[in-house]
Design a protein around this ligand. Structure first.
Ligand code: PBG
Length: 329
C-alpha cells in the first residue's frame, strides 16, 4: 500500500478557506502615505514620473487630510519644496516653511492622523546633498557629518513644534538619532517619536522622487553616506546603532530589492519596522501596467503583501490610497 497523497490544495478550495489560513494580511492602517507640499504653487502639480501623485499647495492640506482618513489610511509622511534654497538648507528650519505649515493644517483638520515629517536637508540645499558640505585638505568635497547632525536636530524641533507626531531622519549621518533624541527631550518634546531611516541604500530607485522633491544632487552621488547595495550585515550594525541611540521605530529602504534585509532586521530587533516602497518601485508598476504588461491592481497588492511577509509592520507607499480602496477602505 502506498502512502495517501498529502493534499495542501484542500486548503485552497474556497475564498473563505484561503482567507482562514492566510499568513499575511494587508490593511489600510498598514500604510503611510508620502506627500509633497510645494510652497510656491497654488494648485496641485502632477509629477510626471509618478502617475497619480501631485505636488500639493498648502491650501490643499486640510481637504487631503480628510480624504486620506476617509480611505482608512491613518498615517502620512510629509516632504517639502521651499521657495528658496541655499548652501546650508536654511529654509528647512523656517517655521513657516511648507512642512511645518502642512503639519499644522493637517493636524488641525484631522487630529488623530499620525503625521510624520521626513527630516533631511536635501530638499532645502542648493547643491541637493543631504548635508552641509566641507572641503577636505586634499581638495575633495564631503558632507560634514557632525555639522549636519546639528541642523537635523534643529529641524526635528521645528517639526515637533509644528505638531508632528513622528520625525523621520532620512539623511544617513552617523549619530543623528541620539542627537535628535537629546535635542527633542531638551526642548520638552519627550512624546515626539523618532522613526529612523536606519537602513537606507544608495539606490537607483529614488529617481522619480528626486523630480518630485526637486532634490537630485547637483554633483556626485550619495554613496558616501547611503549604504552599499551589496551589504546586509552592515544593515544589522546600522539598525543596532539606531536602536541604542533611542530610535522608536526602524525603517529599511528601498523595499523590493531588499526583502532579505527587511527579514534580517526584523529578526535582529524588536522595534516596530517600516519599509519604504520607493518612488522607482511605484513608477515601475505604473509603467508596466500602462504598456499592458501587468495588471496594476493585482501587482500592487502582491508587492505590498511581499513587503509585509518579509517582516515589515508598516509600509511607506505611494500606492496607499489606491490599495486602501481595493481593500475596501
Ligand atoms: C531624502 C529622501 C529620499 C527619499 C526619501 N527621503 C531621496 C534620496 O535619498 O535621494 C526617496 C523616496 C522615494 O524614492 O520614494 N530626503
Amino acid at each position: 500500500m502506498g502512502f495517501p497523497v498529502i493534499r495542501p490544495r484542500r486548503l485552497r478550495l474556497t475564498p473563505e478557506l484561503r482567507s482562514l489560513v492566510r499568513e499575511t494580511t494587508l490593511a489600510p492602517s498598514d500604510f503611510v502615505y508620502p506627500m509633497f507640499f510645494n510652497a510656491a504653487i497654488d494648485a496641485p502639480r502632477p509629477i510626471k514620473t509618478m502617475p497619480g501623485i501631485d505636488q500639493l499647495p498648502l491650501s490643499a492640506a486640510r481637504a487631503e487630510a480628510k480624504r486620506i482618513r476617509e480611505r482608512g489610511v491613518s498615517s502620512v509622511i510629509l516632504f517639502g519644496l521651499p521657495k528658496t534654497k541655499d548652501e546650508r538648507g536654511s529654509s528647512g528650519l523656517d517655521p513657516d516653511g511648507p512642512v511645518p505649515r502642512a503639519i499644522a493644517e493637517m493636524k488641525s483638520a484631522v487630529p488623530e492622523l499620525v503625521v510624520m515629517a521626513d527630516v533631511c536637508v536635501d530638499e532645502y540645499t542648493d547643491h541637493g546633498h543631504c548635508g552641509i558640505l566641507h572641503t577636505l585638505p586634499n581638495g575633495n568635497v564631503e558632507v560634514d557629518n557632525d555639522a549636519t547632525v546639528e541642523i537635523l536636530s534643529e529641524m526635528g524641533i521645528v517639526y515637533a513644534k509644528a505638531g508632528a507626531d513622528v520625525v523621520a531622519p532620512s539623511d544617513m549621518m552617523d549619530g543623528r538619532v541620539g542627537a535628535m533624541r537629546g535635542a527633542l527631550d531638551g526642548a520638552g518634546f519627550t512624546n515626539t517619536t523618532i522613526l529612523s531611516y536606519a537602513v537606507k541604500y544608495a539606490s537607483a530607485f529614488y529617481g522619480p522622487f528626486r523630480d518630485a522633491a526637486d532634490c537630485a544632487p547637483k554633483f556626485g552621488d550619495r554613496a558616501g553616506y547611503q549604504m552599499d547595495p551589496g551589504n546586509a550585515r552592515e544593515a544589522l550594525r546600522e539598525a543596532a546603532l539606531d536602536e541604542a541611540e533611542g530610535a522608536d521605530m526602524l525603517m529599511v529602504k528601498p523595499a523590493l530589492s531588499y526583502l532579505d534585509v527587511i527579514r534580517d532586521v526584523k529578526k535582529a530587533s524588536n522595534l516596530p519596522l517600516g519599509a519604504y516602497n520607493v518612488s522607482g518601485e511605484y513608477a515601475m508598476l505604473h509603467a508596466a501596467a500602462a504598456s499592458g504588461m501587468i495588471d496594476l491592481n493585482r501587482a500592487m497588492l502582491e508587492v505590498l503583501t511581499s513587503i509585509r511577509r518579509a517582516g515589515a509592520d508598516f509600509i511607506l507607499t505611494y500606492h496607499a490610497l489606491a490599495a486602501a480602496e481595493l481593500l475596501g477602505g
